[in-house]
Design a binder for this molecule. Structure first.
Ligand code: 5GP
Length: 342
């Protein structure tokens, strides 16, 4: 539908290596034929589902394909161009800096390359403002988390405002959030905004409670926060009290089987409460989707009018991590692009 394609959008939850399109995967496979990686190993097609565990295996395959600065530069520029072509006007990309001994890739070089790609796209004149969140993979533990925060801190000061925050992600069934609290507190204190994957699977009540006390600036997924699915009113109250926006990724949750079907997605719970929620893709490559599709799916599943969808995309501006001046510019852009009639 052309309405959704043309709708100006804000994307706040996109993992770089999960966002790689099939065209870019094709180019990567050609660069590394010896790996014997096939396309079917890097994306989950229409109607297909995987367990969350299987989804995390897919990232390992993609990481094998993306292990040099050259790869990161290509992947980042391609992903940004694709979001821009989908009328995304503001994008926050997130990625876990990796060190690869066999190619000489360092974590610092990783982040520098992502920043270089963002600047390249800026110079191309694409109509998209891109920022970066440095990601912590929870499986790597407290020490690595602290190192990552130190690195992110350096870039917060030296990246001309491109690095704005920190993400906590990775397999939610591995590692424990409590041990990461000192690193997250340090990040918060130095001015990095925090977006944390929270209650993505059941039985993380205690951890979510601790992490909500920080409090984070945004929540990724929050699938099992509310009492109807085994969460608690206490958790919901903390989210409401601090007015913490949620980043919601419908296709990702259905394909990863943490949500049984679209109509039971927790978008509805939070939407009914009038709580700020932002529709996002999570991993547009892995889950074979894009942000237009996610908005359209949300609208058709929950019966939202075009006007309501417009408001939803507009309200996302208030949830971005870039400074107030950027919010103002985006709000102006939305006013200019708003159709006379819906
Ligand atoms: P990268 O950080 O390498 O750019 O993107 C892939 C990584 O993002 C994965 O290895 C994983 O740590 C994280 N990730 C991507 N999608 C999800 C998700 O749905 N849930 C969680 N918890 N982590 C994810």
């Amino acid at each position: 539908d052309v309405f959704y394609r043309q709708l100006p959008k804000v994307e706040l939850h996109a993992h770089l290596n999960g966002s790689v399109s099939s065209q870019t995967i094709e180019k990567l496979i050609k660069r590394k034929p010896h790996l014997n990686i096939e396309h079917s190993m890097t994306a989950i097609g229409k109607g297909q589902r995987r367990t969350l565990d299987e989804c995390f295996q897919v990232f390992k395959v993609i990481h094998q394909l993306v292990d040099t600065e050259e790869d990161i530069l290509m992947v980042t520029t391609d992903v940004i161009r694709e979001f821009a072509a989908d009328s995304v006007k503001y994008l926050e990309l997130r990625s876990t800096p990796r060190e690869e001994k066999h190619t000489g890739l360092t974590k610092k070089g990783y982040i520098e390359t992502v920043i270089r790609a963002i600047q390249l796209c800026k110079n191309e004149g694409l109509d998209i403002d891109v920022r970066f969140l440095v990601a912590i993979d929870r499986r790597n533990g407290a020490e690595v988390a602290m190192e990552t925060v130190a690195l992110a801190e350096q870039f917060l000061l030296s990246s001309d405002g491109l690095v704005v925050g920190l993400d906590l992600s990775g397999d939610p069934t591995v590692g424990d959030g409590k041990s990461l609290l000192p690193a997250l507190e340090r990040a918060k204190n130095c001015g990095l905004k925090l977006s944390l994957h929270l209650s993505e699977v059941p039985s993380q009540l205690e951890e979510s409670d601790l992490l909500l006390n920080l409090p984070p600036d945004r929540i990724g997924h929050g699938t099992f926060l509310h009492p109807e699915v085994g969460g608690s009113q206490n958790l919901v109250n903390k989210v409401l009290k601090n007015n913490i926006p949620l980043e919601l990724c419908l296709t990702s949750n259905v394909k990863g089987q943490t949500v049984p079907c679209y109509s039971q997605h927790h978008f509805n719970y939070w939407y009914q409460l009038g709580h700020p929620s932002v529709i996002c893709t999570d991993d547009k490559g892995v889950f074979s989707t894009d942000l237009s599709q996610e908005y359209q799916l949300t609208a058709s599943t929950f019966g939202l009018s075009h006007e309501t969808v417009w408001k939803l995309s507009q309200q996302a501006i208030d949830c971005i991590f870039a400074p107030q001046t950027v919010k103002q510019q985006l709000k102006q852009k939305w006013i200019e692009l708003q159709p006379q009639v819906f």
